[in-house]
Design a protein around this ligand. Structure first.
Ligand code: TYM
Length: 332
């Protein structure tokens, strides 16, 4: 089976609708046909300040949500990034073949460093995409299912893999991003011009996977739309309505045209009610399963340990090849 790799940061208590629709739904489907590795990327998470006790908890919660959403730890390798030391080790080597200018062009770094201010920005945040490249390349990955916001990082990963291969000899598989067409970007419900993000300004704009159904419903009913009253897809002029249509479409399989037809002559209220219904129906079983799993953290930790051992084996083999190629003296 071809190799697949993806991951998420444990940077909030809950994943949000963007993570779920933009990534997890694809992961679940693809794990059937791929030898899949899914990580909780705690090394990435600390590039912005984290409270240590909270980070531990968020890491478990993220893993629980993967499983609750249908990632099977007996079929896919679901593990915590820091449990596999090779990630940091390969990242160091890749840092040395990454251009300073090349790293400076990463838009996520530019966004985050401007948001946190120059003083709070750190070298880890700058090197973040190189660590992500290490994640992907360690597993000889062919496919990386991600949302649209990660496209540039996967491009960098390909560049680094090609550069390493041509300088030191064939070592890495060249990976490809797989980005879903429409659900690639889910937007904030209150400011539908910006993507739904864990660090959003208003909590009303984010749908958390672990929100109570009533809360989810309320947020959707209060989502910003426009005063045209027509359910039609137009990202430019109707970002709020278009975003709700994207979510509805991703969860029901209905096309934009079919949705427009279904709600022709009806108001936004009706449409929002329908969106809320499908979102709640989708999230509620995931939520209750995740909360159930979190009642037994020891069992969760055991699963993560077993999976980390599997990940380590694959990662160690790649790292050993890299160390040999770059000329490190083998440990006797
Ligand atoms: P992260 O944790 O920000 O997001 C996890 C996944 O969710 C997708 N996503 C979205 N999709 C649609 N709409 C949105 N509003 C939205 N917000 C987030 C992201 O595209 C991603 O697929 N750097 C990565 C984590 C990472 C990784 C990797 C991914 C580290 N190493 C190796 C793939 C392979 C990140 O910060 O994702």
């Amino acid at each position: 089976k071809p190799r697949l790799y993806s991951g998420m940061q444990p940077s909030a208590d809950s994943l949000h609708a963007g993570n779920y629709i933009g990534a997890l739904v694809q992961w679940k489907q693809m794990q059937e046909d791929y030898d899949a590795f899914f990580s909780v990327v705690d090394l990435h998470a600390i590039t912005v300040p984290q409270d240590p006790a909270e980070l531990r908890e968020k890491t478990r919660r993220t893993a629980a949500q993967y499983i609750a959403a249908g990632i099977e730890p007996s079929r896919s390798t679901l593990y915590v990034q820091s449990h596999v030391p090779a990630h940091a080790q390969l990242a160091w080597v890749l840092n040395t073949i990454t251009g300073f200018g090349e790293a400076s062009r990463m838009t996520q770094f530019k966004d985050k460093s401007s948001r946190y201010g120059a003083d709070a920005t750190n070298v880890g945040l700058f090197a973040y995409p190189v660590l992500m490249a290490a994640d992907i390349l360690l597993y000889q990955t062919e496919v990386v299912p991600v949302g649209d916001d990660q496209r540039q990082h996967v491009e960098l990963t390909r560049d680094l893999a090609e550069r390493f291969n041509s300088r030191f000899g064939d070592t890495f598989t060249i990976p490809k991003a797989q980005i879903p067409a429409d659900s690639a970007r889910i937007y904030d419900l209150q400011t539908p011009e910006s993507k739904m993000s864990k660090s959003a300004e208003s909590p009303a704009g984010i749908l958390w996977l672990l929100d109570e159904p009533k809360v989810t419903q309320k947020k959707i009913m209060r989502a910003v739309t426009d005063n045209e009253g027509v359910v039609a897809y137009d990202r430019e002029n109707k970002p709020g309505v278009s975003n709700l249509m994207s979510m509805y479409s991703a969860l029901t399989g209905a096309s934009h045209e079919a949705i427009a037809d279904e709600f022709a002559g009806r108001g936004y209220g009706d449409f929002k009610k329908a969106v809320a219904e499908v979102v709640v129906a989708e999230f509620e079983p995931v939520r209750s399963r995740a909360l159930e799993l979190l009642h037994d953290p020891a069992e969760l930790d055991r699963l993560l340990a077993v999976n980390a051992a599997r990940a380590n084996e694959v990662a160690e083999a790649t790292l050993a090849a890299v160390y040999e190629r770059v000329g490190f003296l083998a440990r006797a």
